[in-house]
Design a protein around this ligand. Structure first.
Ligand code: GDP
Ligand code: IMO
Ligand code: MG
Length: 423
């Protein structure tokens, strides 16, 4: 299987966690390389539900090494909480199966405060962030004022640097009329967390290369999705990292020539949480899915916006990520429909677009061009073999593959590990 990257082809929540969990069986090391605990990856295994935010989903499999790479922004307090919760569910986590890159940047309480303050200031132009401090943490990294995980092993330096940064960011918070971050209390809290996490911190790039040389297979767990990518997404309604396939390399120290396979994950329809353009958004689909108790965010609990499958997005995502394969999840979400629409192109001021336009304002103006398919009107959740899918469901998938320009290798017909069909 060699080294594989799993990425989201839409606006996140495509079911990457479930697909990564499925592919972990054939992998040895699972790596997160971007984003932070804005991610929420749901895995249902052995009838139990787990939600992963910073820890790679591979942690649920015994004997797999999980790595938080240098491209991740890591919230030490969030990570400790996540570790405690997973341990409470019986998952083993220690420095033998969870490593943190020493050059991963830290998300600090002032980043969360700044995230909230900036969103409040944006008013009705808000991005609808997860409030986890992701944007301000990446901003500090790029501005060269960030603190990195290596400092968790140097408490005196960490305390000194923290005092400086809290002072600096409190000036901004004061100017915004926001609550200040308490200095001594925050330093004490972070130093406690540092003592717990320090044994996990190492040069993960060296370790990953050692693993590769020993013949082990790496699986990169994408976070967020292609249209939340800071460069390729629907800017400014995006996250602050490179969520696309290239981010797996820069965010881990594993070079592009060692990557063998890219799997893009997409739902059989489209969802988005937070603000920004959404060409195929559809209230009836949203209501249908929400009434089924589906499409509520794993991190914030917010109801996700829903709509028809948008092949303009998938086509471009396949290109940008170099996806060889598509994993289509949540096909069962369309079970009850008589008619299903697929968006094949957009029209914008009389012009037909095959790829998304550059600005959010133009995208807001795009009108979807739909192609109608007949629904299969059948419960798919108990299907165990791809060939046993109704012919109308297979026809839908064939058309998706044709429009995407990539083959479909996996199909999800329910949230559980077993509800994954191999094509
Ligand atoms: P991620 O962020 O990409 O890992 O996705 P999330 O876990 O945030 O959201 C995906 C949701 O869809 C979760 O509730 C999953 O349990 C669920 N899910 C994933 N694949 C399937 C599927 O094929 N069918 C159904 N019914 N649910 C699925
Ligand atoms: P997973 O990995 C869906 C969205 C937020 C918001 C925008 C910016 O579970 O697919 P941020 O907090 O990152 O500054 O928010 O990005 N967002 C996600 N939406 N799934 C995610 O992760 C997301 N991570 C961020 O809702 O619109
Ligand atoms: Mg999610």
């Amino acid at each position: 299987m060699a080294n594989s990257i799993v990425v989201g082809a839409q606006w996140g929540d495509e079911g990457k966690g479930k697909i990564v969990d499925y592919l972990t069986e054939g992998s040895d090391v699972v790596v997160r390389a971007a984003g932070g605990n804005n991610a929420g990856h749901t895995v249902i295994s052995g009838g139990r539900k787990y939600i992963l935010h910073l820890i790679p989903s591979g942690i649920l499999w015994p004997g797999k090494l999980c790595v938080i790479g240098n491209g991740v922004v890591m919230d030490p307090l969030g990570l400790i909480e996540e570790i405690a919760k997973l341990r409470g569910q019986g998952v083993t986590i220690d420095p033998s199966n969870l490593l943190i890159s020493e050059t991963a940047h830290l998300v600090m309480p002032y980043h969360r405060a700044l995230d909230r303050a900036r969103e409040a200031r944006r008013g009705d132009k808000k991005i609808g962030t997860t409030g986890r401090g992701i944007g301000p943490a990446y901003a500090d990294k790029v501005e060269r004022g960030g603190l990195r995980a290596v400092l968790l092993k140097q408490p005196e330096v960490l305390a000194r640097e923290l005092r400086d940064r809290i002072g600096m960011h409190n000036e901004t918070l004061a100017a915004a009329g926001a609550d200040l971050v308490p200095v001594d209390e925050t330093i004490a809290q972070i130093l406690d967390a540092a003592a717990i996490l320090a044994p996990h911190v190492t040069n993960t790039a060296v370790r990953l290369h050692q693993e590769i040389r020993s013949g082990r297979n790496l699986l990169f767990e994408g976070a967020q999705g292609t249209y939340l990518d800071i460069d390729h997404g629907t800017y400014p309604f995006v996250t602050s990292s490179n969520t696309t396939a290239g981010g797996a390399c820069t965010g881990s120290g594993v070079p592009p020539r060692l990557i063998d396979r890219v799997v893009a994950v997409a739902k059989a329809y489209t969802t988005r949480v937070g603000s920004g353009p959404f060409v195929t958004e559809n209230e009836a689909i949203s209501d249908m899915l929400h009434n089924m108790g589906r499409e509520f965010g794993a991190t914030t609990g917010r109801a996700r916006r829903c709509g028809w499958l948008d092949m303009v997005l998938i086509r471009y995502a396949v290109m940008i990520n170099g996806a060889d394969e598509l994993a289509i999840t949540n096909l069962d979400g369309l079970d009850g429909l008589d008619r299903i629409q697929i968006c094949t192109a957009y029209t914008l001021r009389g012009e037909t677009l095959e790829y998304p336009p550059a600005t959010a304002a133009d995208m807001e103006e795009c009108v979807p061009v739909y192609e109608e398919h007949e629904g299969w009107r059948q419960d798919l959740s108990a299907v165990t073999n791809y060939n046993d899918l109704p012919s109308k469901a297979k026809a839908y998938l064939d058309r998706v593959a044709e429009l995407a320009g990539a083959r479909i290798s996996l199909v999800g017909i329910g949230p559980a590990r077993e509800q994954t069909l191999v094509v």
